[in-house]
Design a protein around this ligand. Structure first.
Ligand code: SIN
Length: 541
């Protein structure tokens, strides 16, 4: 099949579905967009696994919004911009903090389980927030509470047509416009052409580029990679946020996150010698911005030749710990660890993709008909370092704006686009011998961790780019299944991360270059935007 598609279709019969609005992804951004759009439009939502298999479901911290009496959108704006290290799009941040409180109040009507004391909503503290402003549900089970409530609202109270276990392979484009997506059922391999006037990408991040991550196994960057192939601009790929406190023990498929809210409640970070090394490094000590904490941890780990430091909550009330942190407590118990009695080994772990599909403040990508919201998007609200608990908020606020823009966009379309018939071009023949997707993926994650991880330098990034190019050129799959498609997407993302990281010759926010250790506003107070030139749409990476 000709570019920009990676799908291989070997004569199978394609099913067809037609929607007004096609939403891809089942986390907070996708569900919010779908439920809201379905009040007016015919909406289909495709998600790669189930609604409990998303980064939203795993989210522990909560949702930041200026709801408290001592808080204001202005204060939230200031904290977000300060954490963003000079790269936030201030117009987008304004939208986030001004519209956030109303969106969170609306969510509370769908999800009644937000934590309250005497009827008053409880506000938690997290790193780099100047006041307590993070709402949470079920203690540290915010994501699962919110996901379950939204999924139920979509299933029972909306007209959204839901398709779970449906892997999206490619976005469909016609005359430069996005007109839907090609998907494959994970139950029986059936391929379906889903045509729609509008496609909303809400496919989440790509933590699996690094293998070790707090993200679910489905986070393989499919949406960002397919948008790139379809000609959309992608931005800020070098800004991959490593969370300071992933549980540092082997043998976890998804690394257990030890929520920042624990430090918000007063937990300390200690080195092997037992010292609180954040004291004196930043006035906020353990509650400094994430990038500041990660830098200090890396320095400590190097000095002590250790692969972890410790989180210490032993001085906090045991009953409070059990009640407020049931998810962390249960996860730690599986490794024989207990918050109230043990030092918990922690290390930075890949957590969040700040970059993604570039959008404006209405979620519009550079490809007409394609919107993006949530972690797969780059609205510019996070700058070079995301403030804790701003991510679920971003999904809520910008999905709402996407839906508010649909009238305008759909109204502007001619009848020919509304009644679209779409045919896919023929596939290229399959290779005789298929490459091994699992081996390619292992080589990719090892390369990314070693050369393009939390600390980078120019020479290492060049090695990474060479290795990823080699892997890419050797890939010629015989049979194409999810593993093969995901591997192609991961390679696309890995390559773009390494290229962007090599270009940015400074250290800023979550991007740490050993060979350029300082921030350079004169040269680099700008974004790196990548867009596949039409003539180069000839390969997956
Ligand atoms: C956490 O609970 O520490 C993560 C919250 C976030 O990533 O915003």
């Amino acid at each position: 099949m000709s570019r920009p598609y990676i799908a291989r279709i070997d004569g199978e019969k394609l099913h067809r579905r037609t929607f007004d609005v096609l939403v891809l992804g089942g986390g907070i951004a996708g569900l919010t967009a779908a439920i809201s759009a379905a009040r007016r439009w015919r909406v289909g939502l495709l998600t790669k696994a189930g609604f409990d298999d998303t980064a939203t479901f795993l989210a522990q911290g909560g949702i930041a919004a200026a709801l408290g009496e001592s808080d204001s959108p202005d204060l939230h704006f200031e904290d977000t911009v300060k954490a963003g290290a000079g790269l936030c799009d201030e117009k987008a941040v304004r939208v986030l903090v001004d519209e956030g409180p109303d969106r969170v109040r609306e969510l509370m009507e769908v999800c009644p389980h937000f934590d309250r004391v005497d009827g008053e909503i409880v506000l938690g503290r997290e790193g780099a927030h100047s006041v307590a402003r993070v709402v949470h549900a079920g203690g540290d089970a915010t994501g699962s509470e919110v996901s379950s409530a939204l999924a139920e609202a979509a299933r029972l109270g909306s007209r959204v047509q839901l398709y779970e276990d449906e892997f999206v392979i490619d976005l469909l484009t016609l005359d430069g416009r996005c007109v839907g997506a090609l998907s494959m059922s994970l139950d029986d391999g059936q391929l379906t052409l889903n045509t729609a006037m509008v496609t909303v990408l809400a496919t989440g991040g790509a933590g699996q580029v690094y293998g070790r991550t707090t993200n679910p196994t489905v986070a393989t960057g499919d949406g960002i990679a397919m948008a790139y192939r379809a000609g959309a601009a992608i931005r800020d790929l070098e800004f991959v946020q490593f969370h300071p406190t992933g549980l540092a023990v082997e043998g976890q498929e998804t690394v257990l996150l030890i929520t920042e809210a624990l430090r918000g409640e007063g937990a300390y970070l200690r080195n092997e010698a037992g010292e609180r090394f954040m004291v004196g490094k930043d006035p906020r000590a353990e509650l400094a911005a994430r990038d500041v904490v990660v830098r200090a941890m890396v320095a400590e780990m190097r000095r002590e030749k250790s692969d972890h430091v410790y989180l210490d909550a032993r001085h906090l009330d045991a009953e409070m710990l059990a009640q407020r942190f049931p998810t962390v407590s249960a996860g730690l118990a599986q490794h024989g660890l207990h918050l109230a009695t043990d030092l918990i080994p922690v290390a930075p772990v890949c957590h969040y993709f700040i970059g993604g599909v570039m959008t404006d403040v209405w979620g519009r990508s550079t490809v007409p008909g394609l919107y993006a919201s949530g972690e797969c998007s780059s609205t510019g609200v996070h700058g070079a370092n995301r403030l804790a608990s701003n991510s679920l908020l971003e999904g809520l606020v910008f999905s709402d704006r996407v839906v508010r823009d649909l009238d305008r966009y759909i109204g502007s379309l001619g009848e020919d686009v509304r009644r679209l018939r779409f045919a896919l071009p023929e596939s290229a023949p399959a290779a005789q011998d298929g490459a091994d997707a699992a081996a390619a993926r292992r080589a990719l994650t090892a390369t990314m961790l070693q050369w393009a991880g939390v600390v980078r330098d120019g020479n290492g990034l060049k090695v990474a780019i060479r290795e990823l190019r080699r892997l890419n050129s050797e890939l010629a799959f015989g049979r194409m299944g999810v593993a093969e498609y995901e591997t192609l997407n991961l390679l696309t993302l890995g390559t773009q991360i390494a290229k962007s990281a090599l270009l940015r010759e400074e250290s800023r926010g979550v991007h740490l270059r050993e060979d350029f250790p300082t921030r350079d506003d004169e040269r680099w107070r700008r974004h790196i935007t990548l867009r596949l030139p039409p003539a180069q749409r000839e390969g997956p990476a």
